[in-house]
Design a protein around this ligand. Structure first.
Ligand code: AMP
Length: 288
């Protein structure tokens, strides 16, 4: 279906071969390529990555692909919001050069059986709670990098652990791609923007702001409480709200993702949280 091309002047490509051919042409002209991989249902978080890419590269390519191999929960995959027409309209503000919207069989003509080993990076937090998730992320991102061959690839710090895994993957596969982490974009009340936020009921949405509110307060309390006390405080504070249930809250070193037990142990500490809001799982993090 090519019903959306008329909305904007952006070029929409659905086939791998066509995308590769266009990129070869850009490269032959000496142009730098910025790449923003997304799963669609775009919001200002995604657009901030697009804006950064457009600013810093000759050519920007945005992909929209809901990658089945990174969903460990089939219901999550089926209920994942899909809003293509809206997405294209939002992207047109930044006018990226190519929008790559492949079907599943374009990305995976055969099942991807590769198993990646990221050690601790994918065995804690999201890796522990969503088995296979980061393996699926590595499969799709490596495949997309192979097609797009970007100079720069833009990822949001909202998915903090994902950035660590992708950086490691780039190292392991010896890829020549510069990973550019971008700051978390938040709603007015502090809630980290997420495609899944639209799945929240009005009441759930209102109460979800308690997550970031508590993380910000935790930053101020870090001088007064030790690490264990602070972790317990965050979990108790959020769980007091009947709409919210904390899956985990960890304070980790931002490079190794090892748990920090004492404030002096690591220079760069990040508090990562996952909260279940009804059936919706929301993640967020804050730097201490
Ligand atoms: P997704 O469509 O959820 O796979 O996200 C695509 C990219 O957008 C990932 O690099 C995310 O980390 C990034 N992203 C999602 N939400 C935000 C946000 N609130 N702020 C910044 N980046 C984000």
């Amino acid at each position: 279906m090519i019903f959306t091309e008329h909305i904007t002047g952006m070029e929409i490509v659905r086939l791998v071969a066509e995308t590769k051919a266009k990129i070869s042409k850009f490269k032959a002209e000496g142009k730098t390529i910025g790449f923003v991989p997304t799963m669609g249902a775009l919001h200002q978080g995604h657009l901030s990555l697009t804006e950064a890419s457009v600013k810093n590269n000759d050519i920007t390519i945005v992909s929209i692909f809901v990658n089945p191999t990174q969903f460990n929960n089939p219901n999550d995959l089926t209920s994942y919001p899909r809003t293509l027409e809206d997405d294209l309209e939002k992207l047109s503000i930044y006018n990226p050069d190519l929008i790559f919207i492949p079907e599943v069989n374009e990305i995976y003509p055969e099942p991807d059986t590769r198993i990646f080993d990221f050690g601790l990076l994918d065995s804690v937090m999201e890796g522990k709670n969503r088995p296979g998730h980061f393996n699926g992320v590595a499969q799709v991102v490596s495949r997309l990098f192979d097609i797009v061959t970007p100079n720069d690839a833009y990822f949001g710090q909202k998915d903090f652990q994902q950035v660590s895994v992708i950086k490691q993957m780039v190292k392991d596969l010896k890829l020549n791609v510069n990973i550019v982490p971008c700051p978390i974009v938040r709603e007015k009340d502090g809630l980290a923007m997420s495609s899944r936020n639209v799945l929240l009921s009005k009441e759930q949405r209102k109460n979800a702001s308690k997550i970031s509110e508590t993380l910000f307060k935790a930053c101020n309390l870090a001088g007064e409480l030790n690490v264990t006390q602070l972790k317990n405080w965050v979990v108790e504070e959020i769980n007091k709200n009947s709409y919210l249930s904390v899956e985990y809250f960890e304070i980790v070193d931002d490079t190794t993702l090892e748990q920090v037990k004492d404030w002096n142990e690591s220079n760069n500490k990040v508090g990562c949280i996952t909260v279940q809001v009804g059936k919706v799982r929301l993640i967020d993090n804050v730097t201490f």
